[in-house]
Design a binder for this molecule. Structure first.
Ligand code: UD1
Ligand code: CA
Length: 468
């Protein structure tokens, strides 16, 4: 982006968002993992030094998500978009340009805002417009751009206030504007009048005032998706589908392979390197990063994980808050929870759950195990069915397993407990005491064989069956 304009952005985020039918404030509904409002803030920050967000409905919740560099004004109660800009007035210089944008249009690009600011020059108002189809015009809630027979913009009329002819107009107000700040705050906003049906003060009335002065510009934008305002969950889902495809296309351009980009979900904060391969149904959430050449198989869900180069995560694995070093492998059907750290070339197989544990380089837990609060040494082998009994009903305890230790199948390691380097634990053991390095621990009942007992049993049964 080129140098920032001498403009302050005001982002409107005080509305209730009634049409979302939600406890969550509308502007906090996420699009590809990031609240709508934050998309708008990030675009605005690229073109303006200062950004003011107007908060109202559930403002504490919204405020809690804002970075400290963002100023806010409070509109309580929300009385329309004109009133919302007015409450930001004490925070602004009333000189230069004020860029106004809604908090519910997350896909707006900084380049579009930049073009609006560059085109604004000495107009009193420049409004960004877009086109809907005649079919959409039958039900759309956007304000309509009213032009005279020469194409000159006269006003914006809100859908609820529009006549049938006006409602059929297909040029709409995106809700994104550049204003001459002094004019807006000193000459227009103090004089707005409330409109039925909700007695709201409309920012759109400023457009008519600028038109009367002959200093209004309507700048048409060709991409409706980019400027779409989300009012309900249907629009949110549609917009998110668009955002998702755009994210996937951007990663493909950088060398990521998507087996099916239509059903792969990559959050906006995820980072991927070249030659990452993503199977169908993969969901990557939060601040996940994946290194070059790593393969994530079908239907894996990965949240807030750091995955190094050439890692393999096989299908249907669920990973959260885990670190996977180079060439480690996981799955299919593995579950890695918060605080799991897999060192290089370690291998976690199917139906293994790991929590808050470090698995040493080259160590293996190939089948059906639970490792919690454990430290597993390099090249150790964890047999099928091994369980760290980390919880005694009151507190969690640690298990440590030495380098090249061998834990036989179906072992219960009752924590706190330590198994030394190169020690062997016999299958089926319940280990309650330390196993020294190089020792073999046999922690199970000795086997007793009753000679010929099975034979006697079968003979008895066949006799009984014969007599019946
Ligand atoms: C508004 C415009 C409409 C435009 C549309 C674009 C007005 C009167 N109408 O309608 O012409 O086509 O946006 O999406 O401006 N907000 C406040 N305080 C309020 C009311 C709203 O901060 O008192 C905020 C909302 O949180 C939201 C934004 O302003 O982020 C837009 O409000 P919304 O109620 O969605 O306006 P629309 O009916 O969509
Ligand atoms: Ca809206």
């Amino acid at each position: 982006m080129s140098t920032k304009a001498d403009a302050t952005a005001v982002i409107l985020a005080a509305g209730k968002g009634t049409r979302m039918q939600s406890q969550l404030p509308k502007v906090l509904h996420p699009v590809c993992g990031k609240p709508m409002l934050h998309w708008a803030i990030e675009a605005a920050k690229e073109v303006c030094d200062e950004v003011v967000v107007v908060l109202g409905h559930e403002r504490e919740k919204v405020l809690a998500t804002l970075p400290s560099s963002i100023q806010h004004a409070v509109q309580d109660p929300p009385q329309g978009t004109g009133d919302a800009v007015r409450v930001a007035s004490p925070l602004l210089q009333h000189q230069g340009v004020v860029l106004v944008l809604p908090g519910d249009a997350p896909l707006i690009q900084a380049s579009t805002l930049q073009a609006l600011l560059e085109g604004h020059k000495d107009a009193l108002c420049s409004v960004l417009t877009a086109h809907i189809t005649p079919q959409e015009a039958t039900h759309s809630g956007y304000g309509r751009i009213v032009r005279d027979e020469h194409g000159k913009t006269l006003a914006i009329v809100e859908a609820v206030n529009a006549s049938p002819q006006q409602k059929a107009l297909t040029e709409i107000n995106t809700g994104i504007y550049a204003f001459n700040s002094a004019w807006l705050f000193n000459e227009v906003l103090p004089h707005l009048k409330a409109h039925p049906p909700k007695n709201e003060y409309y920012l759109t009335d400023a457009i008519e005032e600028a038109a009367k002065k002959g200093r209004l510009q309507a700048i048409e934008h060709h991409d409706l998706t980019e400027v779409t305002g989300v009012n309900d969950r249907i629009a949110l889902a549609e917009l998110q589908a668009q955002a998702r495809l755009q994210i996937n296309r951007d990663w493909m351009a950088k060398g990521v392979r998507f087996e099916d980009p239509n059903c792969t979900y990559v959050d906006s904060e995820v980072t991927l390197e070249a030659d990452v391969e993503l199977g169908p149904g993969v969901v990557l959430r939060g601040k996940t990063s994946i290194g070059a050449g790593a393969k994530i198989g079908p239907y894996c869900v990965v949240e807030d994980c750091q995955i190094a180069a050439n890692v393999i995560v096989a299908s249907h694995s669920v990973l959260s808050g885990a670190i996977l070093e180079e060439k480690s492998s996981v799955g299919p059907f593995s579950r890695l929870r918060e605080g799991t750290h897999l060192e290089q070339e370690s291998k976690i197989g199917n139906f293994v759950e790991i929590k808050k544990s470090r698995i040493g380089a080259g160590a293996k837990a190939s089948h059906l195990s639970y490792l919690g609060d454990a430290n597993v040494g390099e090249r150790a082998n964890i047999g099928a069915g091994t369980i760290t009994c980390n919880y005694d009903g009151y507190a969690k305890h640690q298990t440590s397993i030495g380098t090249e230790a061998f834990i036989g199948s179906n072992t219960a390691l009752v924590a706190p407990v330590h198994v030394g380097d190169k020690a062997i634990v016999a299958a089926g053991s319940v280990v309650t005491e330390e196993v020294p390095a190089d020792a073999i621990a046999l922690g199970r009942a000795g086997q007793k064989n009753l000679e010929k007992a099975a034979q006697r049993f079968h003979e008895k049964r066949s006799k009984e069956e014969g007599s019946n």
